[in-house]
Design a binder for this molecule. Structure first.
Ligand code: ZN
Length: 323
């Protein structure tokens, strides 16, 4: 590790793929009660929605986002894929019991409560087989912004992303990259667990090996993004990665944040993204996030054509009248 090792401050967002945008919207906003904080289009393919689900204020570290690619074949989980995405809840095991009952009512496939890295967890899948896991914090978290649309009591609501699981063919090669280049620490007593920045559930990943090659697709994850504070830190990362011989995308203006993309050994796409400026950057009213199609300024002149090229989505935001 070099002396100028830059630091990743935890998970920023996870972007996954859906082939069924309407069912996806219903599942994440109604079944999981996350807030649709942005409905926009894929900036590289404006015929596809890009849907962002997060906490009440769209905090960095709480976004699970989806590209809507109706023609994509289903994911094959295996080496080279993100094999599971964690979602943090508060309230310990009691919260997971509430979620388990709700999932039973909603016919959502789920595991029994199991302990992973000293935390109670509950694995489940969305309608396309996306591998998800609720991870319960047992202590009290400092700053959380649960959305009042939660179908379980707000004390058990989803408050952010948790540990993601990566599956690769050569665990040692990926592990060395994580620790030596990205600055993760590897837990001594739990060898699959890696932590960055402040540590804790929102800054963790789990690394698994498989000889079975996987393939990205619908019901799978497209990339995992990690937090930095600002574009100066992002530039430090670009310099750092390129000085170690890794190719990057260079800085990309995503309007809601700035990004840098690169593939890690094992083939998974990583992104580093700035915390700001955030989802209010397009001037959308914080009370009404996600209700209209939001476009970054460079796409705004093409709004009529873009709106004509995407299918309408039926979305009833939960009202803010109850607290
Ligand atoms: Zn991203």
């Amino acid at each position: 590790m070099t002396t100028n090792q830059p630091v990743l401050h935890g998970l920023h967002h996870v972007t996954a793929v859906t082939a069924k945008a309407q069912a996806n919207l219903d599942f994440y906003t109604k079944t999981l009660g996350m807030r649709l904080v942005k409905k926009t289009v894929n900036q590289d393919d404006v015929s596809a929605y890009h849907l962002f689900y997060a906490d009440a204020i769209g905090s960095a570290g709480s976004d699970l986002t989806f590209f809507d690619w109706a023609q994509t074949r289903p994911v094959k989980i295996g080496a080279g894929t993100v094999s599971e995405t964690g979602l943090r809840v508060l309230g310990g095991e009691a919260s997971l019991e509430q979620w388990g009952k709700w999932f039973d009512q909603q016919k959502v496939a789920h595991s029994s409560i199991e302990t992973l890295s000293d935390r109670p967890t509950l694995a489940f899948q969305d309608g396309e087989g996306q591998h998800l896991r609720l991870i319960a914090e047992t202590g009290s978290a400092t700053e959380v912004h649960p959305w009042h649309g939660s179908p379980v009591p707000i004390s058990a609501a989803i408050v952010g992303l948790g540990s993601v699981s990566l599956t690769v063919d050569n665990v040692d090669a990926t592990s060395n990259f994580l620790t030596d280049v990205l600055g993760f620490s590897n837990n001594e007593s739990d060898s699959v667990l890696f932590e960055t920045g402040p540590g804790g559930t929102g800054a963790q990943l789990r690394l698994h090996g498989s000889t079975q090659r996987g393939q990205d697709g619908a019901g799978g994850v497209h990339h995992v993004a990690w937090r930095v504070a600002d574009s100066r830190e992002l530039l430090d990362w670009q310099t750092h990665l390129e000085s170690h011989g890794y190719r990057t995308s260079g800085q990309v203006e995503r309007h809601y944040f700035k990004s840098l993309y690169f593939r890690i050994p094992g083939g998974i796409l990583f992104e580093i993204a700035t915390d700001g400026p955030g989802f209010a950057a397009d001037g959308e009213d914080p009370e009404h996030l996600g209700e209209i199609l939001a476009l970054p300024p460079f796409l705004e002149p093409h709004r009529a054509a873009i709106e004509a090229g995407i299918k309408p989505l039926n979305y009833q935001p939960s009202t803010t009248s109850k607290s």
